[in-house]
Design a protein around this ligand. Structure first.
Ligand SMILES: *Cc1c(COP(=O)(O)O)cnc(C)c1O
Length: 322
């Protein structure tokens, strides 16, 4: 049975046309050493080299470029301390839309600065006493702003799916594809592209071992909520999947796997040393899980989405040294 309310591959294809010339078509990298270690052929889709440093620019730009003239005039609001905030701020700047970003008072100064640098108006809140969703909704109501959530939105997830579309367009069909998983925008969009362009490909979401709500949800068939997980993968510290993202993930994904923080650091070290790539901890989830599946992947063509590279260099060095 197809659920007519869920986005489809046509939405991903339309998103690809909207972001063309605005988002980077990121490189697909290979590594002979990685291939030798796994006995497979690996293709790394490098979204750490996307504008603002993560795939989130794709979904944000796709969503904002569909605003009506009235929505554009009034502006957009988003709540996020991470890559979604920067993606909204940059997309809004490019499209001439005022952006308001609600961030916790203790958000890293570098992230606040980056968001302001893209022209976003930052509103801080106390994460211990205030509810960011409430603040976001109130701003939306009082000022007529349009709220764009980080993952559970059809235009956002369709935009995220364009990274996988580019990967398949470039390298053809794959036997397996590994995708970092937080709230599921990237994975669900990737699923739409995968089922259309490489239908037999095994598709795996990968989340931090400390917070496997996605795995529990996938295996039980109902969205499981957890406390904010303690992990270095700050881009995947979500407490639950979205309604729309889960609908697609349950239908189109083969399994949800996990990776430990130690495995993430090993993956980051490999990509830095061997591929000269700076990858944030969350961006290493896919590769970390693939490295554990040597036996299943032998002789196969394997895709890995490297989702982002926004990590403070001091922290990067500390993680690799630790
Ligand atoms: C947001 C993010 C994720 C998780 O994406 P979802 O769409 O929430 O599943 C993974 N990696 C990076 C770098 C991110 O910024």
């Amino acid at each position: 049975m197809t659920d007519l309310s869920l986005p489809t591959y046509d939405d991903v294809a339309a998103a690809a046309r909207r972001i063309e010339g605005h988002a980077h078509r990121t490189p697909v990298m290979t590594s002979r050493t990685a291939d030798d270690q796994l006995g497979a052929q690996l293709f790394f889709k490098c979204e750490n080299l996307q504008r603002m440093g993560a795939f989130k620019f794709r979904g944000a730009f796709n969503a904002l470029s569909q605003f009506t003239p009235e929505q554009k005039r009034a502006g957009v609001v988003a709540f996020s301390s991470g890559n979604h905030a920067q993606a909204i701020a940059l997309s809004a700047k490019l499209l001439g839309i005022p952006a308001t970003i609600v961030m916790p008072h203790d958000a890293p100064a570098a992230k606040v600065a980056a968001t302001k640098g893209y022209g976003g108006q930052v509103i801080v809140y106390d994460r211990y006493t205030e509810d960011r969703e409430q603040i976001g909704r109130r701003l939306a109501q009082e000022h007529g702003l349009t709220l764009i959530p980080p993952y559970d939105h059809p235009h956002v997830l369709a935009g995220q799916g364009t990274a996988a579309k580019e990967l398949f367009d470039e390298v053809g069909r794959l036997d397996a594809l590994f995708v970092p998983l937080g709230g599921g925008g990237l994975l669900s969009g990737t699923a739409l592209a995968t089922r259309a362009l490489s239908p037999e490909c095994k598709l795996y979401g990968v989340e931090p071992a400390a917070g496997n709500d996605g795995q529990q949800s996938f295996r039980s068939g109902a969205i499981v909520h957890i406390d904010t997980p303690q992990t270095i993968a700050d881009g995947a510290q979500t407490q639950h999947l979205g309604q729309i993202t889960f609908g697609i993930i349950r239908r189109d994904v083969d399994d949800v796997l996990t990776a430990s923080d130690a495995e993430l650091v090993d993956a980051m070290r490999f990509m830095a040393e061997r591929m000269k790539l700076i990858v944030e901890p969350t961006g290493g989830l896919g590769f970390a899980a693939a490295r554990r599946m040597k036996d299943e992947l032998a002789g196969k063509r394997v895709g890995v989405i490297v989702s982002g590279g926004n990590v403070d260099l001091t922290r990067f060095c500390a993680l690799l040294a630790g």
